[in-house]
Design a protein around this ligand. Structure first.
Ligand SMILES: NC(=O)c1ccc[n+]([C@@H]2O[C@H](COP(=O)([O-])OP(=O)(O)OC[C@H]3O[C@@H](n4cnc5c(N)ncnc54)[C@H](O)[C@@H]3O)[C@@H](O)[C@H]2O)c1
Length: 330
């Protein structure tokens, strides 16, 4: 069994690798080759934490199962240990043996950023130069790197409801942006962030739309990453109304979990018929993507375990090829 730590994963697995793994996962999902039961959520007796289990089996050429064990223990912040620790176990589909244990927080950051990376690569205008990111939390650095990986960005505006976090983020990640020739700019308001932006990624914990949909320019592509419950919402209805093409990672999951769609649907102001398809449909050529440079495009993701299993398999395959990781017999 191969064990891979955060440092090991980051030493060889790139955002580009993650984007290719996600594209493969989207295709396997849309082709119906993955089984993804509902997440299991167990709360501790004293209600101080939750342990969640996200299983998936992915057939096709992969033939692997896996489970992401991800917990939420808010009190960990005081102990200076991760609040949302995650680990992924991979299981061989021919023997049932657990073949690898992969550090899951890094894997989640990479595979989630790669969702936006893949969507931006497939849907945004190729000459996009200015992007905006809403949210500066745990997912944001990899999201930034994914945008800079797929488009030659001159500038990325950064906005958060906490101004101190904006300044910290810009200072900490400008060296990363320098590698791509990109300037990070703290935005004072949501309007300042989206004005003239070609690409926008929202990766917040917000319960209400994070920018004004009337302010985004024609041709903009928007990735909605943060909301994953019916009461969370980042994308304004006006954006959805103005969008020519709306894509999702997993139609069933998004229509069960994403407040961005569920809240306006409950008010009778948005129809799921507006969803053009899953990203897998686009990659498979089953539906068209952007139809003009002026068209506004949207990608909404809530994430699902197929992405974790396929990303873990790609990480393990590359690690074995490079001889990285610790082999341990149980
Ligand atoms: N789609 C997926 O597959 C996927 C995967 C992982 C995480 N997520 C979700 O992404 C979200 C962000 O994750 P994280 O780990 O970075 O969270 P985090 O708690 O570390 O950071 C969230 C950030 O959002 C900021 N914020 C809140 N409301 C805002 C607003 N209106 N405008 C601008 N900034 C705002 C907060 O100040 C904070 O800096 C979470 O909801 C998480 O569940 C989605």
């Amino acid at each position: 069994m191969l064990f891979l730590s955060r440092e090991q994963i980051l030493s060889f697995f790139t955002v580009r690798d993650a984007i290719e793994a996600d594209k493969r996962a989207f295709v396997l999902h849309t082709e119906g080759k993955a089984k993804v039961p509902l997440r299991i959520n167990l709360e501790t007796e004293d209600k101080s934490g939750q342990c969640m289990f996200m299983p998936a089996y992915v057939g096709g050429e992969l033939n692997m199962a896996g489970v992401k064990m991800v917990s939420f223990f808010p009190g960990n912040a005081q102990k200076e240990i991760p609040v949302v620790p995650a680990t992924v176990a991979l299981i061989d589909g021919t023997t049932g043996l657990v073949t690898a244990i992969v550090e899951g927080t890094t894997l989640t950051q990479l595979r989630t950023a790669a969702i936006s990376g893949a969507a931006t690569e497939l849907l945004s205008n190729p000459d996009s130069r200015v992007a905006a990111i809403f949210g500066t939390g745990g997912q944001a650095p990899a999201q930034l790197e994914a945008l800079m990986t797929v488009r030659s960005l001159r500038e990325v505006r950064v906005f958060d409801v906490d101004p101190a976090r904006i300044q910290n983020f810009v200072a900490k990640y400008q060296p990363l942006a320098d590698r791509f020739g990109t300037a990070l700019v703290g935005a004072k308001t949501p309007d300042e962030a989206v004005e003239g932006a070609d690409v926008i990624t929202t990766v917040t914990t917000s319960g209400k739309p994070v920018f004004d949909g009337s302010r985004i320019k024609p041709g903009c592509h928007v990735n909605g990453v943060g909301s994953y419950t019916p009461v969370m919402r980042e994308l304004p209805l006006e954006l959805l109304n103005r969008a020519g093409r709306i894509f999702v990672d997993n139609r069933e999951a998004v229509l069960a979990e994403a407040g961005d769609f569920l809240i306006p649907m409950g008010e009778g102001r948005f129809s799921p018929d507006r969803i053009a398809g899953e990203l897998g449909d686009l990659i498979l050529g089953r539906v068209p993507g952007r139809t003009s440079p002026e068209e506004i495009t949207v990608m909404k993701t809530v994430g699902f375990a197929t992405l974790d299993v396929v990303a873990a398999a790609a990480i393990v395959e590359k690690a074995r090829g490079l001889g990285i990781g610790s082999e341990i017999a149980l």
